[in-house]
Design a protein around this ligand. Structure first.
Ligand code: GLU
Length: 463
């Protein structure tokens, strides 16, 4: 088993590409095989080195390292040349000098007649040489069979049969002396001994053409799997308005790679009704035959749910290191790791991204200015809050063993002594310490804040 991922570096790695890469990677790993990364960078106008880098960075972040590669098509032109020469020599390909104007006009007429646009084969039997004419070099077309069918057993779509009469003679070499996509893919996949080609369904029309090319080159045809599209929650093609498409934007937004992998793999693949998967499970269970034929819908809530799950699976140490690496400039990093970890253990229970968790923890920075909205400011300034907080402060001053259970009990006792419900004191404490009404249970909150900072904030709140 040798699989590959073959992105064209026209931009960042998007959600759909990442899922294709993940499926291909898993296909190899599940079978103990090799995964090859190939950068399809022959389109110099649309490709960029920055995009190549971004794709590799995102693959690494997801943990999808390759066993071989990255290979660059732009460095393999000689190999393609050798193969096109072979096809020409065997008369399996021919030169075509049809001008752009002629092809455009033909296409236009076919469309008007509601026919499928296709090359009419004008140069097929002219036996043209490769000489340039009026300074324009002829293209090379593949002599596609005009009879019979092409068929393959797709791992996702099962038996697919296409009649050769549907296919025309494909350009495999352009007049600017560069090879075309379908040709390079076949040369590369056979040269790289790829046994399984898994890719997006948008390539399904290329597959019969590629199979004919394999046969013309006397190469073995790989097994194909065409994975359905990912749709937005409204059933439309996934686009920016459904959420970020760039994988690395998820990293910045505070998602963990384990969560994204876990989420992506379930977009179209299942193993019973299991939802939580770690890589080891996936490697054990993944099988492309279980990929769903129907498109799957992107569901941001589920991704968030999985992210929280994975935030809770991380050791506090790893969670902290991940946060520090991802957001190096956060003011929280001046604090001791132990304090931060105790804050994280509390706040990861209440948030589903690293960003949200760190935002919730921002009040822990000793000199941070608390953001209070108007109702919170009003509530805490009331006479009742004031006198309750004064009493609480007196009680807290005497506490030596600063632990959540005792602190919780003390808050409750303060309310009881004042003859009010805890609901009259709790919000005032939370606002005084964090600036917000919603915060964790009082004992936990006081504990992670620490006596020093908690006392300072409470004192500052009373007038
Ligand atoms: N380079 C193609 C793309 O990015 C993929 C080709 C393939 O997987 O065969 O869509």
């Amino acid at each position: 088993m040798r699989s590959r991922f073959a992105p064209s570096p026209t931009g960042f790695l998007h959600i759909g590409g990442a899922r294709t890469g993940l499926f291909s990677w898993l296909q190899a790993k599940a079978a103990g095989g090799q995964f090859v990364l190939r950068i399809e960078d022959t389109d110099t106008e649309r490709n960029s080195a920055a995009a190549t880098e971004a794709i590799i960075e995102a693959m690494n972040w997801l943990g999808l390292d390759c066993d071989e590669g990255p290979f660059y098509q732009s460095q393999r032109l000689e190999l393609y040349k050798k193969h096109v020469d072979q096809l020409l020599a065997e008369d399996k390909a021919y030169y075509c000098e049809c001008s752009k104007e002629r092809l455009d006009a033909m296409r236009e007429a076919q469309m008007q007649a509601k026919e499928k646009p296709r090359y009419d084969g004008r140069c097929r039997d002219l036996g043209l040489s490769g000489e340039a004419k009026d300074g324009v070099k002829p293209v090379v077309r593949f002599r596609n069979s005009q009879q019979g069918d092409v068929s393959w057993k797709d791992q996702v779509r099962d038996e697919v049969v296409i009649s050769n009469s549907e296919l025309d003679d494909l350009i495999i070499w352009r007049s600017d002396d560069t090879p075309t996509y379908n040709f390079c893919v076949v040369v590369d996949d056979s040269d790289m001994k790829i046994t399984h080609v898994l890719r997006g369904e948008d390539h399904i029309n290329n597959t019969p053409r590629q199979i004919n090319l394999y046969e013309a080159l006397a190469k073995e045809v790989p097994v194909f799997a065409h994975v359905p599209m990912i749709l937005g929650s409204d059933g439309a093609k996934l686009s920016k308005r459904h959420g970020a498409l760039n994988v690395m934007e998820y990293k910045q937004a505070g998602f963990l790679p384990e969560a994204l992998v876990n989420y992506l793999v379930r977009l179209g693949w299942s193993h019973g009704d299991q939802e939580i998967f770690e890589m080891a499970d996936l490697i054990q269970h993944f099988n492309a035959d279980n990929i769903n034929r129907a498109p799957s819908a992107f569901n941001p809530e589920k991704l968030a749910w999985l992210n929280q799950h994975w935030m809770k699976q991380y050791s506090l140490d790893k969670l902290l290191q991940t946060c520090k690496e991802t957001y190096p400039d956060n003011a929280l990093w001046n604090m001791a790791d132990a304090e931060l970890q105790s804050g994280m253990s509390l706040f990861r229970e209440r948030t589903d991204t690293l960003v949200a968790m760190l935002e919730e923890m921002a009040f822990l920075v000793p000199d941070s200015a608390l953001q209070m909205d108007d109702p919170a400011a009003e509530l805490i300034a009331s006479e009742q809050s004031n006198s309750l907080l004064v009493q609480l402060i007196q009680g807290l001053e005497a506490v030596d063993d600063w632990n959540a259970a005792d602190l919780d009990a003390l808050c409750k006792q303060t309310a009881v002594d004042a003859g009010v419900k805890l609901g009259a004191l709790g919000p005032a404490i939370r606002i005084a310490i964090t600036g917000k009404k919603q915060a964790p249970s009082l004992g936990d909150l006081l504990m992670v804040t620490g006596k020093d900072l908690a006392m300072r904030r409470l004192r500052a709140a009373v007038v």
